[in-house]
Design a protein around this ligand. Structure first.
Ligand SMILES: Cc1cc2nc3c(=O)[nH]c(=O)nc-3n(C[C@H](O)[C@H](O)[C@H](O)COP(=O)(O)OP(=O)(O)OC[C@H]3O[C@@H](n4cnc5c(N)ncnc54)[C@H](O)[C@@H]3O)c2cc1C
Length: 461
């Protein structure tokens, strides 16, 4: 292994090696099934630290990974350099231009909080603890995705350190700019982004939760209902069993449920009218639909905030007919031998439309994304989980146009070349591979869902 201890550059943030106090904390993240084990973890405080880390890695022939929160960990570093951006949390809102400048490590919650006093909101997703930059570089399907489209389509500028150790500022019209949006850290480490904010001070939404006997009917009703949904309405159907734990409210504890999650950019009266057919399914265990300040929008999905182990697959579907819903219930529904959370998001609307920048987010014809998430750990068999997820993918094949790399969790084959290619249309993958050959010919940024440089030999980690 190359010696990484000699001649360290003058970093401002901490530099940690295995065994150092603080190393374990620095490398850990939201995903606990596996973690980065770099030979050097750089706790970057600014773009210059990122630049120095990349330059140092390039000089020593070491691969580079980047981590903000660990929500999207794909390939864990085993050696190499980890750039940890968790200290780079600055967010600056400019109400006049309706933009936010967001540093690499900021979470959506910080951006939401900074924008709210101006009556503005970012295109954040279901969880405020997700990193804003990592989310946006993966496309970014937000709470109001059908109205505004992908977060990646609303970026004004990116500041990025490329493999040659240079810091660039790129914007719409630059080839690198469009290619960065959708390809994660394949072409560099983004140190900050400037994104559009939207005048959305409040939102109508929440959950309708139905008990097991009504679960299938609730999701079938939702499925039919989405066909007529206006673009201001983005919704998700989730099937899962609440854990049988004291922390869970008694009426939900241990129950298999269908939860319909609603987000409408519009007033409560309109929301109430629109959701009437869903309420008509029957009694709800939870019905908390209401108009709320956008700053409370995390209560729509109530995503877990505590780090845990998870693995997930997904399929982007051109249609979600009754046969597809039956396939979901038959493969990963209540009788599945492994616990599966199923999350079907309604796409379409503005997500179909491409902006002028050649943003590398594909499969725009998808009308739904079906996700399946399981939790490896004691008492679970990873092969059984893999097999269940594969059964679902196989059953949905007739309607599948590809998958979303942002919703693929797990290492090993879930991050292999075939899976990465399926995240893009073939032309986009070739464009990214050609740019990779220019900007990262030695594949320094390979600890990810890797796009290999055009003309490169077999994959190495
Ligand atoms: C609970 C949960 C809820 C989610 N909800 C949504 C949702 O509603 N909509 C949606 O679209 N996605 C959602 N996601 C997916 C999420 O957008 C991706 O997992 C994303 O990669 C997370 O980014 P991160 O920075 O938080 O994670 P990290 O694990 O820190 O980073 C993941 C990857 O992002 C890239 N990355 C991060 N920072 C940089 C950087 N500075 N420069 C270059 N590349 C970088 C790298 O490829 C890195 O490996 C969710 C994920 C979870 C676990």
């Amino acid at each position: 292994m190359a010696n990484t201890t000699r001649r360290l550059p003058p970093f401002t943030g901490p530099v940690l090696r295995p065994g150092d106090p603080g190393y374990e904390e620095e490398v850990s993240g939201f995903q606990t099934a596996y973690a980065h084990r770099p030979s050097l973890a750089v706790g970057a405080v600014d773009a210059e630290d990122v630049r120095l880390a990349v330059t140092h890695a390039a000089e020593h022939g070491l691969p580079v990974a980047v981590q903000a929160t660990g929500h999207g960990l794909s390939v864990a570093a085993d050696g190499g350099v980890l750039v940890s951006t968790r200290r780079m949390t600055d967010v600056h809102v400019d109400p006049a231009t309706r933009t936010a400048r967001v540093a690499a490590g900021a979470r959506w919650g910080t951006v939401i909080e900074a924008a709210a006093p101006h009556g503005l909101a970012p295109l954040a997703g279901s969880s405020p603890t997700v990193g804003a930059v990592g989310y946006t570089l993966g496309g970014g399907i937000g709470l109001s995705a059908r109205r505004f489209g992908y977060a990646a389509d609303h970026v004004r500028a990116l500041e990025v350190v490329t493999a040659d150790g240079r810091l660039h500022r790129t914007g719409p019209g630059d080839e690198l700019f469009g290619a960065l949006l959708g390809s994660g850290d394949n072409l560099g480490i983004v140190t900050a982004m400037e994104v559009d904010l939207f005048p959305v001070p409040s939102i109508y939404g929440g959950q309708l939760v139905f008990d097991a006997p009504l679960a299938q009917e609730a999701v079938e009703t939702w499925r039919q209902w989405t066909a007529e949904a206006p673009e201001e309405l983005t919704s998700t159907a989730v099937l899962f069993r609440f854990p049988d734990l004291p922390a869970v409210p008694a009426p939900l504890r241990g129950r298999y449920t269908a939860s319909l999650r609603i987000a409408l950019d519009g007033p409560a009266e309109r929301g109430e009218r629109l959701v009437a057919p869903l309420r008509a399914v029957g009694e709800r265990l939870v019905d908390d639909l209401r108009e709320m300040p956008y700053a409370e929008s995390d209560t729509i999905h109530r995503e877990p905030a505590t780090p845990h182990a998870y693995t997930a697959d997904n399929a982007l579907l051109r249609a979600f007919p009754p046969e597809a819903l039956r396939a979901v219930f038959d493969t990963v529904g209540p009788r599945s031998p492994v616990d599966c959370v199923v999350d079907v998001r309604h796409l379409g609307g503005a997500l179909r439309r491409r902006g002028p920048a050649r943003v590398a987010v594909d499969h725009r014809e998808a009308e739904y994304v079906v996700r399946v998430i399981s939790f490896p750990g004691p008492g679970t068999d990873p092969d059984e989980i893999r097999e269940r997820h594969a059964l679902l993918r196989g059953a949905l094949e007739p309607w599948t146009v590809g998958h979303s790399l942002a919703f693929l969790y797990g290492d090993g084959e879930r991050a292999d070349e075939a899976r990465t290619r399926a995240g893009f249309e073939p032309d986009t993958y070739e464009r990214l591979a050609a740019l990779k050959a220019v900007h990262d010919p030695h594949n320094l940024f390979r600890l990810n869902r890797n796009v290999r440089p055009a003309g490169a030999g077999p994959a190495t980690r």
